[in-house]
Write a protein that binds this ligand. Structure first.
Ligand code: AP5
Length: 211
């Protein structure tokens, strides 16, 4: 199964992606995580992407489609994948569906996580992430230890108030048109109420996948 998680920054795509990956037994692939690893490793791709990411802008479609080409060519996604953070523009949606069609594969379902803006800003302002495995946390201060791998929790540079505002605007302008694209093509979009207890949200998502 190939599942695409859609939704604004802070909607819980990373959190739910991890849980769903575990329940469904397929890997979660997050373009944000791939890019942050490249930034941390100081690769050419990472240095170029950092400028966009720190501002809260999208990195160019060509970079994202290059990452997805590598992912699809590797065995990691051969039994399916949960794609978190891709697709974010209509050209990415076109590019990814074409790549998959060439491999005789397709996106089985799009899950759209829906949360209001006030809650998103609150979540992102209070988030810390592991600097090693990138697991997101709430209510833990920077410097705390990751329960999963023992790494150190840090704040993401793009969780500063100005970047958050820009990321929300970029989402409305560039990513919301993807939702219309999916609807027009009747590709199977399920909207999930993503407010409330994370476990309840997982149950809503699992139910949506049964449809
Ligand atoms: P990316 O890493 O994908 O960031 P994002 O989409 O902005 O999403 P977030 O990671 O901020 O939020 P999330 O929805 O995963 O929420 P989370 O589970 O962490 O992308 C970062 C950047 O990389 C982009 O801005 C762009 O520059 C670049 N990029 C990546 N992909 C790209 C692409 N395809 N094209 C172009 N550029 C790309 O949860 C947030 C917080 O809320 C956490 O603290 C969590 O613990 C908490 N939380 C989760 N669920 C709940 C709940 N139910 N109740 C209360 N708190 C909750």
């Amino acid at each position: 199964m190939i599942l695409v998680l859609l939704g604004p920054p802070g909607a819980g795509k990373g959190t739910q992606g991890e849980i769903l990956a575990d329940r469904l037994g397929i890997p979660k692939i997050a373009t944000g995580d791939v890019l942050r690893s490249a930034v941390r490793d100081g690769t050419e791709q990472g240095r170029a992407a950092k400028v966009y990411m720190d501002r809260g802008d999208l990195v160019p479609d060509s970079v994202i489609l290059g990452i997805m080409k590598e992912v699809l060519a590797s065995p990691v996604a051969s039994n399916g994948a949960i794609l978190d953070g891709v697709v974010r523009t209509v050209p990415q949606a076109d590019g990814l569906t074409l790549m998959l069609a060439e491999l005789g594969r397709k996106i089985d379902k799009f899950l759209l996580f829906d949360v209001d803006d006030d809650e998103l800003v609150k979540r992102l302002g209070g988030r810390t992430v592991c600097d090693t495995c990138q697991t997101p946390y709430r209510g833990l201060e920077p410097g705390s230890k990751c329960a999963k791998c023992g790494g150190t929790l840090v704040r993401r540079k793009d969780d500063e108030p100005e970047s958050i505002r820009n990321r929300l605007a970029v989402y409305r302008e560039q990513t919301e048109p993807v939702i219309e694209w999916v609807k027009e093509k009747r590709l199977g979009l399920e909207k999930i109420d993503a407010a409330g207890d994370p476990e309840v949200i997982t149950q809503r998502a699992m139910k949506a996948l049964e449809k």
